[in-house]
Write a protein that binds this ligand. Sequence first.
Ligand SMILES: Nc1ncnc2c1ncn2[C@@H]1O[C@H](COP(=O)(O)OP(=O)(O)OP(=O)(O)O)[C@@H](O)[C@H]1O
Ligand SMILES: [Mg+2]
Length: 511
Amino acid sequence: MATDSVLRPGELKEVLLKEIEAADLQALDTQEVGSILEVKDGTARVYGLASAMAGEMLEFSVSETGETISGLALNLEEDNIGSVILGDYLKLREGDEVRCTGRVLEVPVGKGLIGRVVDPLGNPVDGLGPIKAEAHRKIESQAPGIIARQPVKEPLQTGIKAIDSMIPIGRGQRELIIGDRGTGKTAIALDTIINQRGQDVICVYIAIGQRNSTVAGVVEHLRETGAIEYSIVVVAGAADPAPMQFIAPYAGCAIAEYFMYEHNRHTLCIYDDLSKHAQAYRQLSLVLRRPPGREAYPGDVFYLHSRLLERAAKLSDAHGGGSLTALPVIETQAGDVSAYIPTNVISITDGQIYLEGDLFYANVRPAINAGISVSRVGGNAQIKAMKQVAGRLRLEYAQYRELEAFAQFGSELDQATQRQLARGQRIVEVLKQPQYTPMPVEKQIAIIYAVTNGYLDDVAARDVRTWETEFHEFMDAKHAEVLKKIRTKRTLDDALIAELKRAIDGFTALQ
Ligand SMILES: Nc1ncnc2c1ncn2[C@@H]1O[C@H](COP(=O)(O)OP(=O)(O)OP(=O)(O)O)[C@@H](O)[C@H]1O
Ligand SMILES: [Mg+2]
C-alpha cells in the first residue's frame, strides 16, 4: 500500500545532488593537522600527520605569534614523524599546529640570484633587497642518467699552475679538495672562481658550518675581484641550526642545476666543506634517535654525499650540453685520509687534490702534494698544448721528489743527479703561486716550457720567482702574439715552438 510520504527514487537523487552541489568544499579545511609532541635542538616530533611523505615540507604555526616556520619530514615512524625545523625552533611549543604541504622542499632559482648571498632557503642575507626568482626548484632531484650525459671534454681552468698542468679538471667533473685545517683549501676554490671571469661559468660557493667572518671575507674578495658578477654564495654558518647546514649543499646544487638544465650553461659548485655537512647531519640524526654507526654517523651518511655529487654532470648535446662541476672540500684531522667521511668522499669523486700541512709551512703554496693527487678524467679535457708541456713537467717533478729523499743522506752525487735535483728545485719554485693571482693557460704553458727545457737551470732557485714575473711582463710587452697563438691554436706545432723559443732566448739575453 503506497503512502504519500514515500519518496520516489528519482526525487531522492535530485535532493542529494542539490545538497552536494550546494556544499562549498573549498572552504572546508580538509588538510590534515598534526601537533608537536616535543621540540629539541632543531628537530620536532609531530603527532597526527599520517600521510606525510619522507622529505616533504611541513608548516609549523607558532601559536604565540601566528607566524609559520618551514620544516622537513625525515623520520616516518608508526605513530609520529621526526622532522627538522628550518628556522628558529625556540619559538615553537609543544602542541603547536603542523600541516603537510604536499610539496618537497624547494628553493627559488634564476638569474636574480647571481651576485647575491642567500641562505639555504633562498632568502637574501646580504641586505641588498628582495630577490626576483624565475622559478622554484626541488632541492633534491635525481641525477641525470647515463644517456643524458657525455664524457667530460672541456677544461675548467683553475688558473693554478700546479693544478692545470698536473691535476687538470674538466667541466662536469667532481674533484675533491682535501687537507688539514688552514692548508689553503678555500684559497684554491676561490682562485678557481676568480679565474672563471669571461669563461661563461656560473659559480655557486656553498659555505657550510663556517664562521660568518670567514664567509664575509670570501664574499669581500669576490666583490673586490669582480667575481661576484657571475657568482652566487649560499651560506649556512656555524651558528645556523644543523638542519640549515644539512640542506645547504642540496639547495646550492639546485640553484646551479637550474642554469645547467634550463639555460644550457656551465656551472661550478663548491661545497666548503662536506666534513661539517656530515657533522650537521650526524647531529640531527642523533637527536632524531637514528641508530649511530661508524664514528657515530648514521648508516646513510655515504648516500648523503653520493646523491649530492652524482648530480655533477656534463650533459649530452641533445640535452643542451650544459655542465655542473663539483669541487667538494673535506677537512682531515692530522692528515688522516682514512677516516670515515674522507674515504667516502674520495670514493665518490673523480680525483682529489691533496694539500699538506708540511708543504704549507715549508712555504710551498699552494701546498699540493702532486705525488698523491690525481684527476681521473680531467686529462681528456686538457688543451693539447698544455698536455705537451705537462708530461715532461710531471715526470721531472716525480724524479725530483724521489731523488730529494735520497739526497738528504748527503752523499756525493754524480753530475747528472745534481742536474736533476737543480731542475726539480726550479720546478717547485715555478709551481709556487700566491693567492688571488690565477694565471691564464697560455702563460702557464710558456713558463712550464721554459723550466722543463732548462732555461732556468742557471737561475738561482731563490731568484726564480722574480725571473718568472719579469718573463711574463716581457712576453706581454714584446711577444703578445706568441701567447695569443698558443691560446687560439691550443697546440704547440713546430713553428710555434720555434717562436716561443726565440721569445725566451730574447728574454734570457737581457739577463
Ligand atoms: N697560495 C697561497 N699563497 C699564500 N698564502 C696562501 C695561499 N693559499 C692560502 N694561503 C693562506 O693560507 C691561509 C689558509 O688558507 P685557507 O683559509 O684557504 O685554508 P683552508 O684550508 O680553507 O682553512 P680552513 O680549514 O680554516 O677552512 C690563509 O691565510 C690564506 O691567505
Ligand atoms: Mg676554508
